[in-house]
Design a protein around this ligand. Structure first.
Ligand code: URA
Length: 239
């Protein structure tokens, strides 16, 4: 059971103060009866409506962002624009954070949520949820280097990486490769390619688990992830 004003304020763009005013003005009904008491206790099973329209009470929200370059993966920053600032008012609620960071110059799929348990489940290397990236490289990649990356490489500072899967999409002197990893170490992919004397010149996250970035989202655009899609993320466990 949760206070009516708290649960409504947690759902969207309205502040707790605005929500209180709306409740006091008699626009909210619980199970068909007008409720003007902000402290009224309600549960997930209660039917809450605003001006006669049922409000879909969600415990948590999950958002897919197509991250552009130049934006930091954080909830707030004094000096730089953050991924959370790109969430539109219609999806915004307090407590949002990116579940897994991309570097400032990396683009693509960032999952933004207010559900810490879910974020932990998909990020913990123990759970083996695969993250897929496309990387443009500065130099050709030999078969031997590809196998070294796949088998689990040791970085220059001694950090060990678990096995990965590397597939060449476009071969050549500046190849485009797909790489799949189930960890999220600092600058991991850039450092993995550096460990085989190569350099990542462009990096995009294309998938989390088995869920692909929705390519209809323009850079900087977001949309809500459905409950079916959340399962697709959690199913993406095997290379
Ligand atoms: N690996 C990197 O090096 N950078 C990212 O942004 C994500 C994975």
């Amino acid at each position: 059971m949760e206070r009516l004003d708290k649960i409504l304020a947690s759902q969207g763009a309205k502040s707790r103060k605005d929500v209180k005013e709306i409740i006091k003005s008699g626009r909210i009904a619980v199970n068909g009866k007008t409720v003007r008491d902000c402290a009224a206790k309600i549960s997930e099973n209660d039917k809450v409506s605003l001006d006669g329209t049922v409000v879909d009470l969600k415990k948590h929200i999950y958002i897919m962002l197509n991250k552009p370059q130049g934006i930091v993966s954080a909830s707030n920053s004094k000096s730089e624009k953050t991924v959370v600032e790109l969430v539109p008012n219609s999806l915004f609620r307090s407590g949002l954070f990116p579940a897994g960071r991309l570097d400032k110059d990396t683009v693509g799929f960032v999952l933004i949520t207010d559900d810490g348990d879910f974020a932990h489940r998909i990020l913990s290397p123990k759970n083996h949820i695969i993250k897929t990236y496309e990387a443009r490289l500065a130099n050709a990649l030999t078969e031997e280097q590809r196998m070294m990356l796949q088998n689990g490489i040791t970085l220059s500072d001694g950090t060990t990486c678990k096995e990965s899967k590397v597939r060449i999409i476009e071969d050549g002197s500046e190849p485009l490769v797909e790489i799949q990893i189930c960890e999220g170490k600092y600058h991991q992919i850039k450092r993995m390619f550096a460990a085989v004397d190569n350099k990542v010149t462009f990096l995009k996250r294309t998938k989390m688990g088995d869920l692909e970035l929705d390519e209809t989202l323009k850079p900087g655009e977001c949309r809500e992830i459905t409950s079916e899609e959340l399962l697709i993320i959690q199913n993406g466990k095997n290379f």
